[in-house]
Design a protein around this ligand. Structure first.
Ligand SMILES: *[C@@H]1O[C@H](CO)[C@@H](O)[C@H](O)[C@H]1NC(C)=O
Ligand SMILES: *[C@@H]1O[C@H](CO)[C@@H](O)[C@H](O)[C@H]1NC(C)=O
Ligand SMILES: *[C@@H]1O[C@H](CO)[C@@H](O)[C@H](O)[C@H]1NC(C)=O
Ligand SMILES: *[C@@H]1O[C@H](CO)[C@@H](O)[C@H](O)[C@H]1NC(C)=O
Length: 355
């Protein structure tokens, strides 16, 4: 008898365990960091490489600027994954940071997302602290203050999206919104990636201003396909080139959100496709996927309902009184049932007392 009841407990335990494992916890990588300085607890969130250091007077992290050809990186310690959980969920994110750059001919600043295998402490003179010859799947949003002919740069005041190379796939002229990246003025930037529409948007403005509606630059890209399940690190990187350009970061805020994979909508702007044919096939397949997933969810839900009923029955069998449920009990008339239950409730303490 005791063997039977302990096996019931065991079964309930396994069912609960199964249910908990089926819905894993979501990662929360959000952070909001400001007022940097040597006394701030920077190292909890960030690792500094190269010449990057906290500066007390400006309450900032100076990524580069300790002299000519200085370079540094500020990297978030915790990697993120743009595909998470089961069922698969795509991760959208928003980055906001405040910065300033001074001096001419510096290379500028870049927000980067790099694979965890990226050699973070190696600098070989690459522009904005990036490595040149490394074959890495990285994303960089460059705030470039140097017209580098080698990369076909637009001018010495532009924002660009780079994928695995410092030759930008999309650029935008910062002069056209009447801002100057390296004026020494504090600026802020918003970088948003929407996993549903697969659009990366970059906005730039003066400190204190509101986030604009229209982005300075927008690019269609499927980041979750680029890295698949690989963990990536977020960072800000800068190099001063042959100049004394100082690059300071005053705050950095990051928020991520997840959206179930089957909730894909069609891209907002089909004209921005890089690879039109491939993308159309994907949209079609996503619809089939969607139907399959709804079916799977229904079957799963049905299964869960059955398991739930099972659990309730077991729990009832364990806790719901000692009297076994027999066909005789079930045959009792409704009027009699009330009386019988009352009697058995009165009887019980006496019976127990007798024992
Ligand atoms: C994520 O963590 C931050 C602080 O680290 C917190 O403010 C935020 O509410 C959390 N978000 C969720 C969805 O749990
Ligand atoms: C800094 O962060 C570490 C790691 O979380 C923690 O152990 C330490 O107490 C913190 N120090 C201060 C001064 O907040
Ligand atoms: C960038 O914008 C400025 C101001 O509108 C303009 O004078 C300049 O020619 C533009 N540069 C390029 C390369 O388009
Ligand atoms: C750096 O700039 C100085 C003056 O602007 C120039 O004389 C020197 O040749 C430059 N060095 C390199 C390596 O480009």
């Amino acid at each position: 008898m005791s063997l039977l009841s302990s096996s019931r407990y065991l079964l309930v335990f396994f069912l609960l365990d199964f249910c908990l494992k089926a819905f894993p916890k979501e990662q929360n990588r959000s952070f909001d960091a400001k007022n940097f300085g040597p006394d701030a607890n920077l190292s909890r969130l960030f690792a500094l490489y190269g010449d990057a250091k906290a500066v007390k007077s400006s309450r900032s992290v100076r990524i580069s600027g300790s002299g000519a050809f200085s370079a540094g990186r500020m990297i978030c310690r915790k990697p993120i994954n743009l595909v998470e959980g089961y069922p698969r969920k795509m991760v959208s994110f928003s980055v906001h940071f405040e910065f300033s750059m001074s001096g001419v001919n510096g290379d500028g600043l870049a927000f980067i997302m790099v694979p965890v295998v990226f050699p973070l402490n190696i600098f070989n003179g690459g522009s904005m602290g990036m490595l040149e010859e490394k074959d890495m799947k990285f994303l960089a949003v460059e705030f470039d203050t140097f017209k580098d002919e080698k990369y076909g740069d637009l001018n010495n005041n532009h924002v660009g999206v780079d994928l695995g190379s410092l030759v930008s796939v999309k650029v935008s002229n910062v002069s056209s919104i009447k801002l100057e990246l390296n004026s020494g003025e504090k600026l802020q930037s918003w970088i948003d990636y929407e996993a549903n529409s697969k659009v990366l948007e970059v906005r730039l403005g003066r400190l204190g201003g509101n986030k604009q509606v229209d982005p300075l630059l927008s690019h269609h890209i499927d980041l979750s396909r680029m890295w698949k399940n690989e963990d990536v690190l977020l960072g800000l990187t800068s190099s001063s080139g042959n100049s004394s350009q100082k690059c300071d970061i005053y705050s950095w805020n990051f928020v991520s959100r997840t959206m179930p994979h089957w909730m894909h909508s069609e891209p907002m702007n089909p004209e921005t496709f890089v690879d039109k044919g491939g993308e159309e096939i994907k949209v079609h397949r996503t619809r089939n996927d969607c139907a399959m997933k709804i079916l799977a969810a229904l079957i799963f839900g049905g299964g869960c309902g059955a398991l739930g009923a099972f659990v309730v029955l077991f729990v009832f069998a364990i806790f719901g009184g000692r009297r076994p449920v027999t066909p005789e009990d079930l045959a009792v008339q409704p009027e009699k049932l009330e009386h019988k239950t009352l009697v058995s409730a009165i009887d019980k303490p006496i019976q127990d007392g007798k024992k």
